[in-house]
Design a protein around this ligand. Structure first.
Ligand code: SAM
Length: 509
């Protein structure tokens, strides 16, 4: 049997004694070489989901199969999130548990961390969890399959790769289609850029995802066309701050999208008054067979008149905007380095609803940012009422190492944060309930995505305004645009019946 003994000698702080632990690497990955199965667990945002999908697709193309659970997988990868401490702790605990189980009964399973926490912690993860074989940063997803091959073949032992890589923004492009090329996906995410240059004082993303780098319009359009050719009807363009798209082209940018030409004139300079992002939306809107376009996340200050106008002009652009406000207090917004005031934010919401009255508006809010007073918090409560969001993600502030806010004075006590969090959620739910209730009796158009997540015996689809509608239907409805009469509303869900032909009521979002 192949293997090496590791000896660890540790000073046990609690007991005041030396402890010795030994570990035998009887790990024979060569046995996996035939057709290893991989299980990827994803934490965090849609960008992470998309990254995991691209890694899974690369692995499937290399002959790996996808395992249904970690218990039967030969390779277990955790794609991690660093935005809040809770997300990091969940992934660390999960890996600790997985490693313990693997050590007990399946020593030849390969373990890896990918993504944001892998990027920010690097080798520290292996020091802490020596059973981990692979740590892959946010610019290295496309190297995962090669590293796994090298470890399985015994060419490499443990791998930590968290370096920057020029052009990596163009490497998240493979799609999985449910693991089988034939299976039809109705919706798809397309990554248009990587990184963030906003440096909001609470946020770790610029440090884990690097500086903004945009893909070219032709490159993105080609990927969207391919997806549409495989049956996709709705595409969500993804980026940390999509409204900054094209402000910083990648080093490999060229207008034609084929050869590197860093000096190429940016499209926004060629079309004054129109951002590169709006030009991208126009190009995607031209794709024949595509029915709907969404995007996330934008930055509120990226909502110029050209983008507001795009909602009027581009028929495929859905009436839905996720506008992360973070706080309703101008004092806190300034401390957060957000670059807008509550008045400007509310002005943007008003402009959007003026362009499209049915516009669905959602947001992210942080409670308990350092120094947040009860008066600041009440400003947030009142903004939520004024903006009348359809839904909101409410987060408790989590200090992130290395961010400016982590060293600000006046931390808000945990119990105060918890109380404010509960109060804000109540307000969000109350407004959301009312907004969903208002849709009852209306006709809406949905794109049927598949079985309902709450009740797989039914089907579900989304309105253009991004509300889920559940209805009685059959598999043949998947991928169809259906008009639905909304019959009742539940908790952030609508229920409906397919509209009767020739019914004269008007179809809304
Ligand atoms: N594009 C978004 C924006 O405009 O700010 C950032 C996306 S971030 C990955 C998702 C959300 O996580 C943020 O909008 C923010 O509400 C929340 N978030 C980020 N850092 C946080 C922190 N340190 N504590 C609590 N919530 C945080």
């Amino acid at each position: 049997m192949f293997g090496v003994w590791d000896l660890e000698v540790l000073w046990n702080l609690e007991l005041g004694i030396w402890s010795f632990s030994t570990r035998f690497h009887s790990r024979n990955f060569a046995a996996l070489a035939a057709m290893p199965s991989v299980y990827i667990k994803t934490y965090g945002c849609q960008m992470n989901e998309r990254d995991s999908e691209a890694v899974a697709a690369q692995l499937v193309a290399k002959g790996y199969t996808l395992a249904q659970s970690e218990h039967v997988a030969d390779v277990i990868l955790l794609n991690t999130c660093s935005v809040r401490d809770l997300a990091e702790q969940k992934a660390l605990n999960k890996m600790e548990n997985v490693a313990a189980a693997v050590r007990r009964s399946r020593p030849n399973v390969l373990l890896g961390f990918m993504g944001c926490m892998a990027q920010s912690r690097g080798r520290e993860l292996i020091d802490r969890l020596p059973d981990v074989d692979l740590v892959i940063g946010t610019q290295k997803f496309h190297r995962t399959a090669d590293y796994l091959d090298d470890i399985i073949a015994g060419r490499l032992d443990q791998v930590v790769d968290v370096e920057e890589e020029s052009g990596s923004e163009g490497t998240v492009r493979e799609h999985l289609f449910n693991g089988t090329p034939a299976a039809q996906s109705v919706t798809a995410f397309v990554s248009i850029m990587q990184g963030c240059n906003q440096y909001c004082t609470f946020c770790i993303v610029p440090y884990t995802r690097g500086a903004e780098r945009s893909r070219t319009i032709p490159d993105i359009v080609a990927e969207c066309r391919e997806l549409v050719g495989r049956g996709v009807k709705e595409i969500t363009l993804l980026g940390q701050i999509v409204t900054s798209y094209g402000k910083r082209w990648s080093s490999s940018f060229s207008l034609a999208g084929d050869s590197p030409s860093p000096g190429t004139l940016k499209p926004e300079l060629q079309q004054p008054g129109k951002t590169a992002f709006v030009q991208l939306l126009e190009a995607v809107n031209e794709i024949e067979g595509l029915e709907r376009i969404r995007f996330t996340s934008p930055h509120p200050k990226g909502y110029g008149d050209d983008l507001v106008e795009a909602y009027r002009r581009l028929p495929k652009l859905c009436e839905s905007a996720h506008l992360p406000v973070q706080s309703g207090s101008n004092r806190i917004l300034k401390l957060m380095h957000r670059g807008y005031t509550r008045e400007r934010f509310l002005g943007i919401v008003e402009k959007l609803r003026c362009a499209k009255p049915e516009m669905g508006v959602t947001t992210d809010i942080i409670v308990g940012f350092p120094g947040e007073t009860e008066a600041d918090f009440e400003e947030t409560l009142s903004l939520v009422s004024e903006a009348a969001f359809d839904n909101a993600f409410v987060f408790k502030y989590s200090p992130r190492k290395g961010t400016p806010a982590a060293t600000l004075p006046d931390p808000v006590p945990e119990e105060v944060i918890a109380e404010r969090h509960g109060r804000l959620l109540e307000r969000v739910n109350e407004i959301g309930r009312e907004k969903y209730r208002r849709d009852v009796g209306r006709r809406v158009q949905i794109l049927v995505e598949g079985p309902s997540r709450k009740n797989p015996a039914r089907l579900e689809g989304r309105t253009r305004t991004n509300k889920i509608v559940v209805f009685e239907g059959s598999e043949r409805h998947r991928g169809q645009l259906l008009d639905m009469n909304v019959t009742r509303s539940g908790s952030f869900t609508l229920y409906g019946d397919p509209a009767i032909l020739n019914d004269e009521s008007e179809t809304l979002g």
